[in-house]
Design a protein. Structure first.
Length: 254
């Protein structure tokens, strides 16, 4: 199976965005079905999914998108067969070892959303090393959601805020939406403008519920291992056609 090869030096963008995208989020769905369709073990779908990441990240950067979030492993994914889980973390480690030098060179900061303490120790070390090596980068952000669930994130934020109140560092009446925002894993990046889920499923699956509050959703039938620049640009065209009112009216019209 061939890894996705992408020539960044010759990349050509084909869509003119008529509104800014500061943060794009992906639910990388359909990997197992992609493999099954080809008579392959499910874990090889995850391998191809990891091969796809850097190419899509480069397209996002070419469009001036500052932050890219990827739903790599959810709090519910522990229910999957252990063999599949083990392979997924193996591929995660391969991704970082293969791409870390390029991420550093391109000024991409890696952040992790989720409780990584449950990950295998070697995987924890790999992601912590990636975060440490890229912590001073400021051109773009790659946010990888690992052992992530939005309900867990909001529960964690609530506990952190409650602890600050208990310690007298924060008054209850001073708690605002910004307070909650500052205690999320994603406190350092903008909220999501465009959320894309591949493979045709149409649900959020406990993903960035707070951050997606006013995001535009696009559900594409393309499975993530087949998701390329053309598929992403089709989603950007759909985004261009959306009218983002954020609860208000369009130029005073109903």
């Amino acid at each position: 199976m061939l890894a996705c090869v992408y020539n960044r030096s010759t990349m050509k963008t084909n869509v003119i965005l008529n509104k800014p995208i500061n943060h794009i989020a992906f639910i990388m769905d359909g990997n197992g079905r992609w493999a099954k369709k080809r008579g392959l073990p499910r874990h090889l779908g995850h391998k191809e999914a990891c091969n796809r990441i850097r190419a899509i990240l480069d397209v996002c950067r070419a469009y001036g998108i500052y932050a890219t979030s990827l739903y790599a492993f959810s709090t519910e994914n522990w229910k999957r067969p252990q063999d599949e889980i083990d392979h997924l973390f193996d591929y995660l480690e391969v991704f970082f070892k293969r791409e870390i030098d390029g991420l550093i060179k391109d000024g991409i900061k890696v952040i992790i959303s989720g409780d990584i303490s449950r990950l295998p120790e070697r995987s924890q070390n790999t992601v912590r090393n990636a975060m440490n090596l890229t912590k001073d980068n400021n051109k773009n952000v790659l946010n990888i959601c690992l052992n992530y669930g939005s309900k867990e994130e909001l529960t964690r934020a609530t506990k952190l805020i409650a602890e600050e109140v208990k310690e007298g560092k924060l008054n209850v009446e001073d708690i605002t939406e910004d307070t909650i925002q500052q205690h999320l894993y994603t406190s350092s990046i903008p909220n999501v403008d465009l959320m894309i889920r591949t493979s045709g499923e149409q649900r959020l699956s406990n993903y960035l519920l707070w951050q997606n509050a006013y995001a535009e959703f696009v559900f594409t039938p393309v499975m993530w291992p087949d998701f390329d620049q053309k598929a992403l640009e089709d989603c950007l065209i759909e985004f261009n056609n959306r009218n983002r009112r954020f609860g208000g009216l369009d130029n005073g019209k109903e």
